[in-house]
Design a protein around this ligand. Structure first.
Ligand code: ADP
Length: 465
């Protein structure tokens, strides 16, 4: 039992949005149905009221017409006959005509009871009747109207009982009329049917809308779940890269020691070659781990940027010089040019800034089989520009568009043999932007590439690196 309850509880917790939609699906149509029912009830009451007033009105106008003829039974019957004849004629002229007055009787008060003196139904004339409603109306001196329902045909009528007075205000007879409500009943039921049709239609539309909405909720849930899984993936990559970093560093250290020892022992040939291959592969693995760590730091907002204002040019010069051996090995002329610099004071995190330079200059050398790599630094319009230009393989305009995407690598015969992760430029762009700068590229296939990094110049000089 407890297990069942906790299952239900879990289901409710996991499907909050779904349950919310179902509740809305039930509540909104119910409110509309209730509202329509309330409206129809009050509409019926209003119609009843006006029908009652109309019935009383008819009885009073009959009284006015008959005020001087109340003591003559013949005249009363002739009035009743005329009424009937008029209705019959109307029905002949117009098939749809339906007289509201279905029974019209006039009584004289006869001691205890009432004697019928004029009626649509001539056979009943002369009969005596005793009715509470008649007595009440007679004694109250005022017309009374009472609703009666004929269950056999599901119709209802108004029974109007009104004392008839002569011109001197003396009671002389009693009028009893049965007025049909069928005409109004029909129009009322037509109006109600219409409003029920509109009601059904709007309920269907609302249910459809809510159904579509619940699918939106499902998508929102799915999106939430995907985000959670994505976060788990990021955490896993971060954790795995951390765990991999230490053993790779240890392997790299021992391989370097082994190579040194081998050189000391004058070991050459295949053994040394194998050791060098291990060293290169471990370095590549280390770089990949470092890239993955940087990606997860940036994506999780953990990349620490501790900026301070410093002179960038000496840092650039030093970083360029670190590549001189690598450039020489590839027959590349590497230069660092101060292009009329007025100031190179910018607000940066030194380590991250170096990381950016290493990536861009490293790429320039990596993707230039031989030729030139020039690093030009200039200041213009309150900005510092670092231009890294190479005469390497370059790239097409289409390739350039996706260059700063994560894991994007240009794939062609020229890049096939060059190893990389496709993460360097994405990381570089993120770091440059985190430090308030921007990076752009211009390139031409077979001619070379130009990467431009721009940083706003700092207003005051603070610290030399
Ligand atoms: P990778 O690890 O592949 O070098 P990057 O993100 O640093 O990853 O660079 C993405 C891609 O951009 C590279 O694979 C390469 O095709 C292209 N690229 C980057 N720098 C240059 C350059 N200086 N010249 C030509 N292509 C370049």
């Amino acid at each position: 039992m407890e297990n069942k309850l906790s299952k239900i509880n879990n289901f409710l917790k996991d499907n909050k949005q779904f349950i919310y939609s179902v509740v809305l699906m039930l509540v909104i149509p119910s409110v509309i149905i209730f509202n329509t029912w309330l409206f129809s009830q009050s509409f019926k009451e209003t119609v009843d009221q006006s029908l009652r007033d109309k019935a009383v009105g008819i009885s009073q106008s009959i009284n006015i017409s008959l005020a001087d003829e109340l003591d003559s039974q013949e005249k009363l019957q002739s009035y009743v006959n005329n009424w009937k004849k008029f209705s019959a004629n109307q029905e002949l002229i117009d098939e749809k005509y339906e007289d509201d007055v279905v029974a019209l009787d006039i009584f004289y008060k006869n001691d205890e009871n009432f004697k019928l003196v004029a009626s649509f139904d001539k056979d009943k004339i002369g009969q005596s009747y005793d009715s509470m409603a008649y007595v009440i109306a007679w004694n109250s001196n005022w017309p009374s109207a009472q609703k009666i329902i004929d269950h056999s045909n599901n119709k209802y009528y108004w029974l109007v009982v009104s004392p008839l007075k002569n011109s001197f205000g003396e009671k002389q007879a009693l009028l009893v009329m049965t007025i049909s409500a069928s005409a109004i009943d029909t129009s009322l039921s037509v109006a109600l049917t219409r409003s029920y049709i509109v009601l059904i239609f709007s309920v269907i539309v609302i249910i459809l809308l809510l159904f579509a909405n619940s699918r939106l909720f499902e998508h929102a849930l799915l999106y939430q779940k995907i985000k959670e899984i994505d976060q788990m993936k990021d955490e896993f990559i971060s954790m795995a890269s951390h765990e991999l970093r230490t053993p790779v560093t240890v392997i790299r250290g021992y391989v370097v020691m082994l190579i040194d020892d081998a050189k000391k022992m004058s070991i050459t040939g295949e053994a040394l070659e194998y050791l060098n291959t291990i060293k290169i592969s471990t370095e590549r693995l280390g770089d990949l781990i470092e890239d993955l760590l940087n990606v997860s730091r940036i994506e999780q907002g953990r990349m620490k940027i501790e900026s301070q204002i410093m002179d960038a040019y000496p840092i650039i010069e030093r970083t360029v010089s670190q590549f001189s051996v690598q450039a020489k090995e590839k027959n590349i002329v590497l230069s660092c040019i101060n292009d009329g610099l007025e100031s190179s004071m910018i607000n940066i995190d030194k380590d991250r800034f170096e990381q950016v330079l290493i990536n861009i200059i490293g790429n320039a050398i990596k993707y230039t089989p031989s030729g030139n790599v020039d690093v030009k630094v200039r200041s213009k319009n309150d900005s510092l520009f670092i231009l890294v230009k190479d005469s390497g393989i370059g790239m097409t305009a289409k390739e350039r568009e996706r260059l700063f995407e994560k894991f994007y690598r240009v794939k062609n015969p020229k890049t096939d043999s060059i190893v990389g992760t496709g993460l360097g430029l994405w990381i570089t762009k993120q770091i440059v932007e985190l430090m308030g700068g921007s990076i752009s590229v211009d390139s031409m296939e077979g001619v070379g590439s130009l990467f431009t990094i721009e940083f706003p110049l700092a207003k005051e000089k603070q610290k030399e690196p």
